[in-house]
Design a protein around this ligand. Sequence first.
Ligand code: OAD
Length: 225
Amino acid sequence: MRISVLTGAGISAESGLKTFRDSNGLWEGHDVMEVASPQGFAQNPELVLDFYNQRRRQLLEVEPNAAHLALASIEKSFDVSIITQNVDDLHERAGSTEVLHLHGELLKVRSTYDENLILDWREDLHLGDFCEHNSQLRPHIVWFGEAVPMIEEAIRKVEISEIIIIVGTSMQVYPAAGLIQYANPESQIYFVDPNPSLTSTDRIKVFSEKATAGVPKVIEEIKSF
Ligand code: OAD
């Protein structure tokens, strides 16, 4: 059985990473367009690099939680694709082997000269850190207004899945939020979020709880099929 799992910031909240839109979330303290857009980077690159440097340092201090681990564990029984909006690597560290990052990865940077020149990066990134073409390196993050190159692959995964599990996302950012429209009409959808943006229907079963509580329940149910 094929399962696609669409995750957002909420799955990493219990690991200690802030979400974006909850109260005290990342976007409450920052102007999104200043720190997460190409225009913001052009205007004040130091501010943008500093924002992602802080995120990267925090990421290196936290660990995957029980929800990430539970999703990795079902690979033994099912064909699982994780499609994440998160730029952290907690799914990979939990052991998931197929993780598609729609919005990029915090532990990678790329050349501003050649977008296909991508490097692993665990340190702070500074102005003056250049690629081999002597161009500034930037975070490997999909900023607002930029294309989401992985979306086509994500759509293909969703289309062929019998089960879709959505965890910890406000479903406000497109095209990620639109993925659910590509689900096969026969598929069963689960949604785990303490403040869910979807309501239960015949096809959608909502667990209004935190990821570490809700994800294991969804998995129990799937295993009993
Ligand atoms: P949001 O911050 O918009 O939404 C977080 C969701 O997580 C909310 O629905 C919360 O109710 C839920 N949540 C909070 N704590 C939780 C927990 N312990 N367990 C489960 N869910 C919990 O984050 P995203 O939907 O991921 O993009 O945001 C989408 C995109 O917007 C991000 O990828 C980011 C942002 O702008 C970029 O930066 C490109």
